[in-house]
Design a protein around this ligand. Structure first.
Ligand code: NAD
Ligand code: DEZ
Length: 383
C-alpha cells in the first residue's frame, strides 16, 4: 500500500510503515496530483479533503485526520465514494485544557485575581469543554455551561443559553466545533451583538475554531475600548491572521493549544487503529512503546506550599503559554504572519501534558493534594 501523510504528524513511519511506503508532504501542498496512487491519506486540519482533492483518489480507500475537528473533511463525499474515514476525538483535549489553564494562570498573575473568585462560562462542553469543567470544578471554580445539542439530548436544565452565559460569566471559553449550518450552527457564534454585550473586564478565550468568532468585530471592539482580556489560539483565515487583531489580543498563539507530544501521538495511534480496523488487520503497534519519556517527570515539594503557588510552579515547569506567545511573535516578525504561523507549528518544541508530571508532596494540608490532582497532575504523598 502507499500512504500519504502530512509532514507534521509524528510516528507515521513507526505506525503505518508495516502497511507499505509512507510519503510525507506539507499539508497545505497536498493536491489531487499528489494523492494519485495512494491507498491511505492521513491529514491534519490544514488539508481540505474535498471534491477538488478527491479528483486524485484513484486508489484511495481510507482517510484519517489526526485531529479532533473535522470541518476540513467532506465526510458525505467520502461516504458517497465508499472511502473509509476516521478522526481522533479527544486525542489532544487534555493539551487544550492545559493551554486554557496556563493562560488563565498568566492573566490572574498579571491582573492579581484569583480563579476561585471567578465564574467561568464554557461554550461547548464536549471532550475539551467537559474536561475543562471537571478540572475547574475540582478547584472549586464556578462553571456555567452552554451546549444546546447536549442540553437537548440529555435534557439538561442546568445548561444556559449563550446570551445568559455571556451576561453571567467573568471568563468565557469557546470550545465549539465549526458547524456551517443547521439549528446549532457555530459560524460567528460570537457575533457583533454578543461581542458588544461582553462586560468590561471579561476574559474571552477561543481555542475552538477561528470562524466561531467574528474577528473583525472583536478587533473593532478592542480598538474602541481596550476593556477585555483576550486569548486567541484560533483565527479566521489561518495562517493569514489579521495583524491588527493579533496586536490587540493579550495572548495570541498559532493554533497550538492541542500540540502536546502526548496529544499529537495519540492522534496518530487512533488513526492507525482505525485504519487497521478498516482493512481488517490486527493493530499490533502501541503508543506506549513509542512515546518518549518526558524531560521532567517529577517535582518534589519539600515543605507545604500554598495551593495556588504550588499550582503555578508546577504548571509553569510543565507548560507555560508565554513560551508560545513570545516564540510566535519572533517567528512572525522574522518571516511574516502566514509563514511564521506555519513555521512555528512545524518546528513546535516538545511539550508534555500536566498529567505526565508527578508531583510528590512531603506535606499535605489546606487542600493542596486536591488542588494539584484537580489541576491534572498525578500526585504522590511522600514520607
Ligand atoms: N485549538 C486547538 O488546537 C484545538 C484542539 C482540539 C480541538 N479544537 C477544536 O475544538 C472543538 C471542540 O473539541 P471537542 O473535543 O470538545 O469536541 P466535541 O465534539 O467533543 O465537543 C464539542 C461540543 O460542542 C457542542 N456544540 C455544538 N454546537 C454548539 C453550539 N452551537 N453551541 C454550544 N455548544 C455546541 C457539542 O454538543 C459538543 O458537546 C473541535 O471541534 C475543534 O474544532 C481546537
Ligand atoms: O482539531 C484539532 O485536533 C486541532 O485543531 C488540531 O490539533 C490543530 O492542529 P493542525 O491539525 O491544524 O495541525
Amino acid at each position: 500500500m502507499r500512504i500519504l501523510v502530512d509532514e507534521n504528524i509524528p510516528l507515521a513511519e513507526e505506525f503505518f510503515g508495516e502497511l507499505g511506503e509512507v510519503t510525507r508532504q506539507p499539508g497545505r501542498e497536498m493536491t489531487a496530483a499528489s494523492l494519485r496512487g495512494h491507498d491511505i491519506l492521513v491529514v491534519r486540519s490544514i488539508t481540505p479533503v474535498n471534491a477538488a482533492l478527491l479528483e486524485g483518489a484513484d486508489k484511495l480507500k481510507f482517510v484519517g485526520t489526526c485531529t479532533i475537528g473535522t470541518d476540513h473533511i467532506d465526510t458525505g463525499l467520502l461516504t458517497e465514494r465508499g472511502i473509509g474515514f476516521a478522526s481522533a476525538p479527544g486525542s489532544n483535549a487534555e493539551s487544550v485544557v492545559d493551554y486554557v489553564l496556563s493562560s488563565l494562570l498568566l492573566l490572574s498573575e498579571e491582573d492579581g485575581f484569583s480563579l476561585s473568585g471567578k465564574t467561568v462560562g464554557i461554550v461547548g462542553a464536549g471532550n475539551v469543554g467537559g474536561r475543562l469543567a471537571t478540572r475547574l470544578d475540582n478547584l472549586d471554580v464556578d462553571c456555567l455551561i452552554c451546549d444546546p445539542p447536549r442540553a437537548e439530548a440529555e435534557n439538561r436544565e442546568d445548561f444556559l443559553d449563550l446570551d445568559t452565559l455571556i451576561d453571567r460569566a467573568d471568563i468565557i471559553c469557546l470550545h465549539t466545533p465549526l458547524v456551517a449550518d443547521g439549528e446549532h450552527a457555530t459560524h460567528h457564534l460570537m457575533n457583533r451583538q454578543r461581542i458588544d454585550a461582553l462586560k468590561p473586564g471579561t476574559v474571552l478565550i477561543n481555542a475552538g475554531r477561528g470562524d466561531c468568532l467574528d474577528g473583525d468585530t472583536l478587533r473593532e471592539r478592542l480598538e474602541r475600548q481596550a476593556d477585555l482580556r483576550t486569548v486567541l489560539d484560533v483565527w479566521e483565515h489561518e495562517p493569514g491572521v489579521d495583524e491588527a487583531l493579533f496586536e490587540l489580543v493579550d495572548i495570541g498563539t498559532p493554533h497550538i493549544a492541542g500540540y502536546s507530544v502526548d496529544g499529537k501521538m495519540l492522534g496518530t495511534e487512533m488513526i492507525y487503529q482505525a485504519a487497521m480496523r478498516h482493512f481488517g488487520l490486527p493493530a499490533r503497534k502501541k503508543l506506549g512503546q513509542l512515546k518518549p519519556d518526558p524531560w521532567l517527570r517529577k517535582i518534589v515539594l519539600h515543605s507545604w506550599t500554598p495551593p495556588l503557588e504550588a499550582l503555578s510552579l508546577c504548571a509553569r515547569a510543565c507548560y507555560d503559554v508565554r513560551r508560545d506567545m513570545l516564540a510566535f511573535d519572533r517567528y512572525r516578525r522574522r518571516l511574516g504572519m502566514a509563514a511564521g504561523f506555519d513555521a512555528y507549528r512545524r518546528e513546535y518544541p516538545s511539550r508534555r501534558e500536566f498529567q505526565t508530571l508527578r508531583v510528590e508532596l512531603k506535606k499535605n494540608k489546606g487542600g493542596l493534594r486536591d488542588a494539584m490532582e484537580g489541576f491534572g497532575f498525578s500526585v504522590k504523598l511522600g514520607k
